[in-house]
Design a protein. Structure first.
Length: 436
């Protein structure tokens, strides 16, 4: 059977140091993943691009980094203790457990048995204890969404940054869910990172704000280079809405396992602030002095997954081309997403070539994320870089010692241009800008 795209990506990710199964030497732990050297750079680029778009390039969104562990009452107020559940069913024959929505034709997806138990509600929050003695300690939860850290800091951020409504608070951080059926590599895991923004607005301006943000968020994925025909919106039906949402629209990607959610845009109304006001007893209303009125802000939320975005970028960038040695695998990342921007390759291991290549690599390190490779044939080294998505290679050859010039090779066109070492930095920047 031909290898599926998700299997190819999973094996490339492990082999090249993007993503490893967690605790692998102990046989692994289900649905947890470790990011290796290239994966840290890839996901770091995703998060940096998100923060830049959501805060640096705007004048109405502030960043925040709240603690993962929060007061347990937060999760009562947010409704997660009561409502953050998935209906779970057991197959009485093969003993597998599933989310109820995974059952088709009343049959077990694993063994096709119809001997399936009643659905039971299963809360997805991980619990732990705060304090040294378990029996006396308070139960705390690992946060299942980062959003609540934003709501409880709404007043702190508003006052300290002297913000007026409308404004937003953006946060990137870990979230944890005891998923019943994790899977599809990093698509659904139990520990993952979210990139969430809560935009606080005047009640009644929610529809326009929702429309504005859903298009902004779609544009972000397009700007990262994701193919337009692989992205779409899907609105949630009334029976699908989360307990906090008045309206929800997913940005979906056409994954190898079907169209699935990449990000959710939610109209949360005043659900969160009103509940925190009620549970904490603190006044969270806002006084609009221009209109001389006081109100509890409503919220439009954009909620993306950093891991899901990284998976999408890996899948979307993957390409294969036949070449004389078999297949050339290429990750066609945009310049901002590529983990390594420029690789320096001496044509041979002769000392005078390696010395020059290393010197150039060191000189350009402050300006680009670089790599250096002197092992194997030059063709093989180009292919290694193509497979991890490096847009540019700089080759130092014997002529370089005479003409003070090197060759820049572009990943996508495979075109080569000879440039003087004196203007190498500008030439690399121009070439990266051309790739986009
Ligand atoms: N605060 C709203 C919220 O958390 P969500 O639709 O449950 O909404 C938002 O999650 C995003 O978080 C998803 O679109 C997805 O990208 C990511 N996400 C959710 N659960 C995940 C999981 N188990 N593994 C990886 N990413 C997940």
């Amino acid at each position: 059977m031909p290898e599926s795209l998700i299997d190819k990506i999973t094996s490339l990710a492990k082999r090249r140091g993007f993503i490893f199964p967690s605790s692998e030497i102990y046989g692994g732990i289900n649905a947890c993943w470790d990011y290796g050297p290239l994966g840290v750079r890839l996901k770091g680029n995703v998060k940096a691009a998100w923060m830049r778009t959501m805060t640096q390039l705007r004048d109405d969104v502030e960043p925040l980094d709240a603690a993962i562990l929060m007061h347990p009452r937060v999760w009562e107020a947010s409704g997660h203790v009561e409502n953050f559940t998935d209906p779970m069913v057991d197959c009485r024959d093969c003993r597998h457990r599933f989310r109820a929505d995974e059952i088709r034709d009343a049959r077990c997806p694993n063994c096709r048995s119809t001997n399936i138990g009643e659905a039971r509600q299963f809360n997805l929050m991980f619990k732990t204890f705060m304090g040294p003695v378990e029996e006396d300690a308070a139960v705390v939860y690992l946060r299942p969404e980062t959003a609540q850290g934003i709501y409880v800091n709404f007043e702190n951020v508003r006052q300290s940054s002297r913000r007026r409504i409308p404004f937003g608070i953006a946060q990137i951080g870990k979230a944890f869910r005891n998923e019943i059926s994790p899977g599809n590599f990093i698509f659904r895991s139990r520990e993952f990172e979210q990139m969430e923004m809560q935009y606080f607005i005047k009640p009644g301006t929610d529809e326009d704000t929702f429309e504005y943000w859903r298009h902004q968020r779609m544009q972000w994925y397009l700007d990262l280079g994701i193919k337009k025909d692989k992205l779409r919106f899907r609105e949630h039906g009334p029976d699908e809405l989360a307990h906090y949402a008045r309206k929800a629209m997913d940005i979906e990607y056409d994954f190898p396992f079907g169209w699935k959610e990449l990000e959710g845009i939610h109209n949360r109304g005043d659900w969160d602030l009103s509940r925190h006001q009620q549970f904490s007893g603190k006044d969270l209303t806002y006084f609009d002095d221009a209109a001389n009125e006081r109100f509890l802000p409503w919220v439009i939320e954009t909620s993306a997954g950093a891991d899901r975005a990284a998976l999408t970028l890996l899948l979307d960038a993957y390409d294969e081309e036949p070449d004389k040695d078999g297949v050339r695998v290429i990750l066609r990342f945009s310049k901002d997403i590529a983990p390594i921007k420029v690789a320096f390759l001496p044509l041979s291991k002769k000392e005078n070539l390696t010395e020059l290549a290393l010197r150039l690599e060191h000189e350009l390190r402050p300006h680009f994320v670089t790599d250096y490779d002197e092992t194997a044939s030059i063709g093989k080294r180009y292919r290694r870089q193509d497979e991890i998505g490096t847009p540019l290679c700089v080759t130092v050859d014997f002529q370089s010692l005479e003409d003070n010039a090197v060759t820049i090779r572009e990943r996508d066109s495979m075109e080569q241009q000879r440039v003087s070492i004196d203007r190498l930095r500008e030439a690399l920047q121009d070439a990266l800008d051309r790739i986009g």
